[in-house]
Design a protein. Structure first.
Length: 359
């Protein structure tokens, strides 16, 4: 019996994918061994990683002016690699700070002594919204945004415009492939796989080839994007099994109608929960309605005691992961791509019952 999994990451995966992986666990398609035991230089594995990289670009509708690679070190290492590779001495890295991970991104630029500026921030209202206006600095190296704020529960609903020549860089860890975006507007898109597209261990990076021409020189080998692009993500041993499972998730997305279908499904899931807030004085969403995330839904109950009770009763009924991040408290339901509608319906039903019993 599978639990209703509202974990923020690592998170729920499609049951069909897990069954497919299980079927091939001991003997991958007749190769006589598991993907975990394979050489990453074997023909079987080469096919797995090559297909996964191609599927990524295909789903995003990007052509061969982009590269897709799988790295390690999580989205957190990208916070460092981006300014290291793409902020030259005479330019200023521009960041929009929408909380937690977005903050960590610019702090890394600061740590390595790059010129940077936070050109807009929602810190003034406790990160409950997405800034709508900003002004780039003179001579920006790039603009960095975080398209979905996993902990705060806000999400960009537009792909921001930048002047020609200014690279747009986005951390899409927690809403990647949850709906169609204008991906071609971005020069670099990255994230940890463990929220929407697979198990932990792999980081996806999709990069426009023209951005590589702006790269700084003298970058240490493992932190240099070119190292990994030139060797097709195989400079060193990749997180082979994670990439295999990501490939299966990508096949599942394509088989089930691609990003348009995901958008429809995810929009409906989010609406079920937000409707509960909007029809109740008991549950309060923490984010302004127009910027609410479709992936991470934080909410408060009238007291911390009720929140504790809510989380523990939910657990007894087979729902996990509803505790808010320790930095903000409250409750949060992460309702990623692979979370079935029935889990959200089950949670909404429980929310009604809990409110009736405790209001
Ligand atoms: C989880 C998360 C991260 C951190 O990812 P790691 O892979 O654990 O380094 C960064 N950004 C966002 C938006 C996240 O949700």
């Amino acid at each position: 019996m599978r639990i209703h999994n509202f974990n923020a990451g690592p998170a729920v995966l499609p049951e069909e994918v897990l069954l497919e992986v299980q079927k091939n666990l001991l003997d991958y398609k007749g190769a006589g061994l598991s993907v975990m035991e394979m050489s990453h230089r074997s023909a079987e594995y080469d096919k797995i990683i090559t297909e996964a990289r191609a599927a990524l670009l295909r789903i995003m509708g990007l052509g061969d002016d982009y590269e897709a690679v799988f790295l390690q070190g999580g989205a957190s290492t990208q916070f460092l690699m981006i300014p290291m590779n793409f902020c030259p001495e005479d330019k200023v890295a521009n960041y929009i700070d929408t909380g937690t991970w977005a903050t960590k991104a610019w702090k890394e630029a600061k740590k390595i002594g790059k010129k940077f500026e936070v050109i807009a921030s929602s810190a003034d209202r406790d990160y409950t919204y997405i800034p709508k206006t900003w002004k780039l600095t003179e001579n920006p190296a790039y603009l960095h945004i975080t398209t979905n704020n996993t902990i705060r529960g806000s999400e960009w609903k537009i792909d921001p415009d930048v002047p020609a020549g200014v690279p747009l860089i986005a951390d899409m860890s927690s809403n990647f492939l949850s709906r169609p975006l204008d991906f071609a507007k971005y020069d670099l898109i990255y994230g940890g796989a463990q929220k929407n597209i697979g198990p932990a261990g792999a980081t996806f990076v999709v990069i426009k080839k023209s951005l590589l021409e702006k790269q700084n020189s003298g970058i240490p080998t493992m932190l240099d994007y070119k190292t990994h692009i030139d060797k097709d993500s195989m400079f060193n041993t990749p997180p082979a099994f994670s990439i295999y499972v990501i490939g299966e998730v990508l096949k599942w997305i394509e088989k089930n109608g691609g990003l348009e279908a995901r958008e429809k499904y995810n929009r409906q899931k989010a609406k079920i929960l937000y409707d509960v807030f909007d029809n109740s004085n008991f549950y309060n969403g923490t984010v302004v309605p127009e910027d609410r995330s479709w992936m991470n839904v934080p909410f408060r109950l009238p007291s911390e005691d009720l929140e504790k009770k809510f989380i523990s009763e939910a657990k007894a009924k087979g729902m996990i992961g509803l505790k808010g991040h320790r930095s903000v408290g409250g409750c949060r339901a992460s309702i990623y791509n692979s979370l079935p509608m029935k889990s959200v319906e089950y949670l909404a039903q429980f929310m009604h019952e809990f409110e009736e019993a405790n209001k």
